[in-house]
Structures are given as C-alpha cells and as structure tokens.
Design a protein around this ligand. Structure first.
Ligand code: NAP
Length: 491
C-alpha cells in the first residue's frame, strides 16, 4: 500500500499542519516534510489531556481494554521485514495489557474491615486501590519505531492505567508516528474516548520536549532513549515547582561473564553466539551485550577468535539515523585512540553505515579507565580478560547499573556463580544464564529497567504488565459509603 504522510500533528482529535517544517532523513525512499512542534501546541495537547482525564480515568477497565486492543489491530501500511516482527510485538503488547487490566490484578485492591468494637478505639473500614495519576508524556526511541514509540510500551501502559497520553514524536520516524496516530485516532473514536485522550506532537525542535515535561498538566514522563537526552529531561522534571516522576529507560552495556567450565566446554559456540547478539539490528539495541568478561588463557583466545570469525562474516549495516551513525564512528575512534585497548577486528565504515568492531583489554586497564564502560550504540564489542576467576567479582562490582547481566556457566561453575549473583542482583534488572539478552519478552514477569544509568527510576519496568504500575498511585478510602467508592473497590 502506498501511503504518504501528511506531516501533521494530531492534537486532541484534530490533525494540525504547521508553517515551519523539518524534513525526514529516511535510510531509503523519499524524504517528507513534517510540521515542527511548538510550545503552543504542547499547551493545547496537555490542556486537552487534563480535560479528558476525569472522563477517561472513570471509564471501566472493560471499556479501556477494548480501546487498547483496537489500537493494536488497526495499524496498516508499515514497512516490512524486521518491522513485521516488531508490529506483532506491539499489537501483542496492547492485547496483553488489555487482558491484564480486565483481570484487575494491577489494582492491588486491599480491604481492611472495620472493627467497631476494638479497644481502646474502634477501627474504621479502609480500602485501597491504585488510581491513574493524570496526563502522561511519552518519548519513544529511534530504534523501536513501533514497540517503544507512539503506540509502544509507555503509551499502552499509560492508557491501560487510565491516563491520557501526549506523545512527543521522534524526529527519526515522524511518518511512522503519524500512521500510528491515525490508528489510535480511529480506535479512540470507535470506542467513544474523550478527544484529549491521545495527542502526537511532531518534534523537529528540542523545546517541544522541554515544554512538554515542564507543563503543569503532565504528571509523569515515560522516556526511552539516550543517557544524555534522558538525563536532561529527568533534571527538568526534578526542577519543576511540582516535581514529577521521570521513567527514563536509558542505555546499558549489559556485561556477560564467561565462567571457566562453560568457557572450556564451549568457547567457540559462546563466541559466535555473542557475535550474533552484538550485530542484531546493527547493534542498535539497549540490551546489546557490549562487554564480555573472561579469564585470560587459551580458552579466552578461542572465544575471541570465534567471535572475530563470526563478526567478519557480518555485512555492513545501515544505521537508524545519521546522528546515531556519527556517534558510532566516534565511539570506534575513541577506542582506537585509547592505549588501554587493542583492536581484534577493525572494520572500516563511514556515513550511515556501520561495520562490526571488536576490541580487547585486561581487567586492570578496565578498572583504571571508566570511559571503557560507556555504551557505544552499534555493532561493537569489548572483551575484558581477567587474571583469575576471583578477579571477575571485582570487575562485576565496578559496573554501573545495567538493564541486564549474563552468566555463561556449567555445573562446575556453581560456586563462582553463587559469589557473582549477589553483586549482579544489585546491578541489573534482568539476570540471564546461558543466553543472550537481546530479545525482551513482553510478559508479566519481565523487568526492563535497572539502577541508574540503565534507568532513572529503578524499581520500575518499561516492558511487561508491571509497567502499568508506573502510572498509578495508591489511594486509601476510609469509612466510605459503597456508592461513593471507585467502581474497582465495590464489593
Ligand atoms: P535520544 O536521542 O535520546 O532521543 C529520544 C527522544 O528524546 C527523542 O524524541 C528526542 O528528540 C528527545 N530528546 C533527546 N534529548 C533531548 C533534550 N536534550 N531535550 C529534549 N528532548 C530530547 O535517543 P535515541 O537516539 O532515540 O535512542 C538511542 C538510545 O536509546 C541508545 O542509547 C539506547 O541504548 C537507548 N535505548 C534504550 C532502551 C531502553 O529500553 N532502555 C530502548 C531503546 C533504546 P528528537 O526527536 O528531537 O531527537
């Protein structure tokens, strides 16, 4: 199907054009012009969201479930290939959330019966339920134009909670944002939702994002993106006269620890598996396992050689945006210039293209140079060789917060794995054994988040049904007549 974006914003039920435009930079195909966002439009969308809040938060879970499901079924006309998988994930996510809220488990309802005869004083009846917090601002990431963007995880979670959403469109995929907004508009109309329940403001200017997170009507922000962008917006949220939670899912290097028995048994298989995970989607995944920690010796040589051999076979890939490609080449140059690391595979690429690069270093050099632990977004890996299994523990301690940490182990590695575990539990939101962290299941038990800088709000997840909890807050109702209680708390 041929679909041409109109380049407009979608604000509270209306498609709005603009006089100033920015041009998209697609990897292939025709570029299009999109209206640049303005602070006036941010204000209009946020006011409409606030106006819609009372009606939307009062809709039944059944009704909201219907609306959320419908968004998931109306997407059309999107690019093929990888996006097909991501589309299925996005629509599956919406259906999962719809089912989840229908069951009501996210409400965590609690009832303490009254004790009128309690001495020395009677106890009143108290009931608790989670209520939606208010309008939510959503910033999607460039690398997941569907699953982490306009109708992605944060939007689904906020709508499921009962919160209107104002999306700041990502400038890397404005057309995708627009077509998804069309689907949301249709779903919201068909299910009779109030107009302000969803708005999309195209970007093109940084002050659109800053105006959005500082707007008084916005009560929380869901963000997926870079550490620099996330930190800037997080600081703005904290500085507001009324500070609000900023749920930022940021970058991570996702360390893998290769324990000795597993490395002796299958160094080559782990090395080639790692290469596959490193280069999936041109390495543009927040869960890319960028660092492999291994005990120095012949097994480490086998592992590194296998990874190099597999990486050599990977063709150059096109990166998501010119900016991300430039940042990747800068990251490669930074490691090439460092005395602390040695190149294992140095492949040349330029412009929007990225070829894989592999480096190695040792434990002492790693511990001395903090910059080696920074994320390089793209197909780049770093092997860290340590002098002994025990040295792995010190290395694990040195990591900042991570989305994931992986242990490759066999039965004979159990003792070392037990020592490593309490350290890694404090570092990462998801721990894996004998696998690779790219590929995040959308399920009830998923945690996608971790201590800073993996995310700005640890204790929360942006994937899986627990993500809905970010946009709810508990309210206790003491001594309420049944007719005044929220629907979800009546017997
Ligand atoms: P990004 O450059 O930070 O952009 C994300 C969004 O924030 C965009 O809408 C961007 O606006 C806006 N933004 C960034 N800095 C801003 C600022 N200073 N003021 C106002 N708005 C600002 O991130 P990205 O390039 O899309 O994504 C790549 C990064 O995301 C990688 O580091 C990756 O690891 C991380 N990521 C994390 C996860 C996760 O779940 N933890 C998932 C995917 C990706 P513009 O449209 O104007 O650029």
């Amino acid at each position: 199907m041929n679909w041409t974006p109109s380049g407009r914003h979608f604000i509270a039920g209306e498609w709005i054009a603009g006089t100033t435009t920015f041009r998209s930079e697609p990897a292939h195909g025709q570029a299009h012009d999109f209206a640049v966002g303005t602070t006036e439009l941010v204000d209009r969308a946020c006011r409409a969201a606030e106006a819609a809040f009372a009606a939307f938060s009062a809709t039944t879970r059944e009704k909201r479930g219907e609306a959320v499901t419908l968004i998931g079924t109306q997407e059309t006309g999107l690019p093929e290939g990888r996006l097909n998988g991501e589309r299925a994930r996005t629509t599956g996510q919406l259906r999962l959330f719809a089912d989840h809220i229908r069951k009501g488990a996210h409400l965590d309802a609690r009832i303490d019966a009254a004790q009128p005869d309690r001495q020395p004083a009677p106890r009143p009846e108290i009931r608790l339920v989670q209520r939606p917090i208010g309008p939510v601002a959503v910033f999607g990431a460039s690398n997941f134009p569907l699953a982490f963007s306009t109708a992605g995880g944060d939007t689904a979670a906020a709508l499921a909670a009962g919160c209107p959403v104002v999306v700041k469109g990502h400038s890397a995929h404005p057309g995708t944002g627009e077509i998804i907004a069309e689907a949301i508009a249709a779903a919201s109309e068909r299910t009779g939702m109030p107009a302000g329940v969803f708005s999309l403001i195209q970007g093109g200017r940084r002050d659109v994002g800053t105006a959005l997170v500082t707007h008084p009507a916005i009560k929380a922000v869901g963000f997926t993106g870079s550490l620099a962008g996330g930190r800037a917006l997080f600081d703005l949220c904290a500085q507001r006269p009324e500070p609000i939670p900023f749920y930022g899912e940021l970058g991570s290097v996702n360390p893998m620890f290769l324990l000795p028995a597993a490395t002796a048994a299958r160094a080559e298989a782990i090395g080639s598996g790692w290469a596959g995970s490193l280069t999936l989607g041109a390495g543009q995944f927040c869960t890319k396992p960028g660092i492999a920690v291994v005990v120095d010796g012949p097994e480490a040589d086998k592992f590194t050689s296998a990874a190099k051999a597999a990486l050599e076979k990977v063709a150059t890939q096109t990166m998501l945006t010119n900016g991300i490609a430039t940042a990747y080449h800068d990251g490669v140059d930074r490691l090439r210039a460092s005395n602390a690391v040695a190149p294992v595979l140095a492949a040349e690429s330029a412009g929007r293209d990225a070829a894989p690069n592999l480096f190695e270093t040792n434990g002492s050099a790693w511990l001395a140079d903090h910059s080696l632990s920074e994320e390089v977004f793209g197909p780049l890996g770093l092997v860290v060789r340590v002098g002994s299994p025990e040295k792995m523990l010190a290395l694990a301690e040195s990591f900042q917060g991570q989305l994931t940490a992986t242990i490759h182990m066999d039965d004979a590695d159990l003792r070392l794995a037990r020592d490593l575990l309490p350290i890694l539990e404090r570092k990462a939101g998801r721990l894996l054994v004998n696998g690779f962290p790219t590929g995040v299941e959308v399920v009830d038990s998923m945690v996608h988040g971790g201590p800073y800088p993996a995310s700005t709000n640890f204790g929360a997840t942006s994937v899986g049904t627990m993500s809905i909890r970010r946009f709810l807050r508990p309210v206790a109702y003491q001594n309420f007549p049944a007719d005044l209680l929220p629907q979800d708390l009546r017997n």
